[in-house]
Design a protein around this ligand. Structure first.
Ligand SMILES: [Zn+2]
Length: 441
């Protein structure tokens, strides 16, 4: 009894100390030379942003800084809303020297337990946040609910990372994205994919995902076989009934059409989408998440493993890749021109030598959009307001507005003149806390 009383007193005094600290530092005022407002497509000069309780309480050129506020003067830097990556795989980090997706996937599920993967994810998550990605939508390849564990650990403050919206295991046709496993080892597929066959299975998988903690649903609409429209409809119906959005991995035009007919919220990749289907996406407001490769990163990655291949093999890979990248660039540009809502997703799940996960993700997005001829403001919108809309989080993130969460980044230079400056965030705030430059927590 006595011990318990002491404990209560200790907790109470700790609480009093913390609350005294909180009130002394309750308001942060950020000053910067330039603020980009992607919502209104405008640039504002000499802005002051007040942050209190993790939220933005005022923005403007004539905002008065209250006495006792902590002022962060970012000089002539450019301020933007925190970036959002809507297609991540934080609990996977393939090694190119081990070969392609098949080799890596088999090794991951057979050699890494959930603890290993969650710890790996914590490193990827920190790197994402430090690169300016304050929110991510993590869409599978996390084992059994490893993404939920990481999301919750970040929310609890155990580890540092972006806000996570997670899918749990992707729902897929039999076999998932494994390419042929033997009958004896088929159970390994279960660790990565919720395999379905038929509409009842589809409904059950969505319900299980939600019970497991999913914030959204990821469906692999095509693998060895494609899901039927009825199966996709059942998935969307169950997910929307529980207010969860559905992201569909779809590459072939027919699969994309089936997914749109079923009512999905976003098409992931959409590489071989036709212009007619793009028009349908624009009409029904279905998002495209392009996840295109960047030629720069591709060449860097290739030179890192070049000793494994002959010169002739490398030239063949390069020619094939160049052709694909050129084709995909064209469809991204046409999508934006046709009015398809586009949200940026990196889909980085390989290690890129010399870059952290966060750096590689921002570089991949920035350069693939730039090379496709997309205007810098459209890329910024794809990474902020559009992404927030796709997540259903427009009321909380995606722009620097009074009442929204204080997710703010700063970069040196003008991204509207040279979009690659976005690759070097010098300041990162999430929920009102400054993570870069690093401050004690
Ligand atoms: Zn992916």
């Amino acid at each position: 009894m006595f011990r318990r009383l002491i404990r209560v007193l200790q907790l109470t005094s700790a609480f009093l100390c913390l609350s005294a600290l909180a009130s002394a530092q309750s308001v942060t005022a950020i000053k910067a030379g330039r603020l980009i407002d992607p919502e209104r497509r405008t640039v504002l000069s000499n802005q002051v942003i007040l942050v209190e309780g993790g939220k933005i309480t005022a923005v403007g050129a004539d905002v008065r800084i209250p006495d006792g506020a902590t002022t962060v003067d970012l000089g002539q830097a450019t301020i933007l809303p925190g970036l959002i990556d809507v297609h991540t795989h934080l609990l996977t980090n393939n090694r190119p020297e081990l070969g392609g997706d098949d080799n890596n996937l088999n090794l991951i599920v057979t050699q890494m337990n959930l603890g290993n993967r969650a710890l790996l994810g914590s490193v990827m998550a920190r790197a994402d946040l430090e690169a300016g990605l304050t929110t991510v939508r993590d869409v599978g390849n996390s084992g059994w609910n490893g993404d939920v564990a990481l999301r919750d650990a970040i929310e609890q403050g155990w580890v540092v990372g972006p806000r996570m919206i997670v899918s749990t295991r992707a729902i897929s046709p039999p076999g998932g994205q494994f390419h042929r496993v033997t009958a004896e080892t088929r159970s390994i597929v279960e660790q990565e994919f919720a395999q379905i066959s038929g509409v009842e299975d589809a409904r059950r998988a969505v319900r299980q995902a939600i019970a497991d903690g999913a914030d959204c649903i990821k469906v692999i609409a095509e693998a060895a076989t494609a899901l039927t429209v009825d199966e996709l409809r059942a998935i969307v119906d169950e997910a929307h009934r529980a207010r969860r959005k559905v992201a569909a991995h779809a590459v072939r035009d027919q699969t994309i059409r089936d997914a749109i007919d079923a009512g999905v919220d976003s098409i992931e990749h959409g590489n071989n989408v036709s212009d007619d289907t793009l028009r349908l996406m624009a009409e029904r407001k279905v998002f495209l998440v392009p996840t295109d490769p960047s030629w720069d990163l591709y060449v860097e990655g290739e030179s890192a493993v070049s000793s494994l291949y002959t010169r002739a093999q490398i030239l063949t890979f390069q020619a094939q890749t160049k052709q694909l990248i050129d084709r995909w660039r064209g469809r991204l540009k046409r999508a934006i021109d046709l009015g398809v809502p586009v949200a940026a997703g990196s889909d980085v799940y390989y290690r890129y030598a010399g870059h952290s996960r966060g750096e590689a993700s921002v570089i991949k997005i920035v350069r693939s959009f730039r090379d496709a001829g997309i205007a810098p403001m459209d890329l910024i919108r794809a990474s902020t307001v559009n992404a927030a809309e796709l997540l259903g989080w427009s009321d909380r993130i995606g722009s620097i507005r009074e009442g929204k969460l204080a997710d703010i980044i700063a970069i040196n230079g003008d991204p509207l003149k040279d979009i690659t400056v976005l690759e070097n965030a010098v300041f990162v705030m999430k929920d009102g806390h400054i993570y870069k430059p690093t401050t004690p927590r």
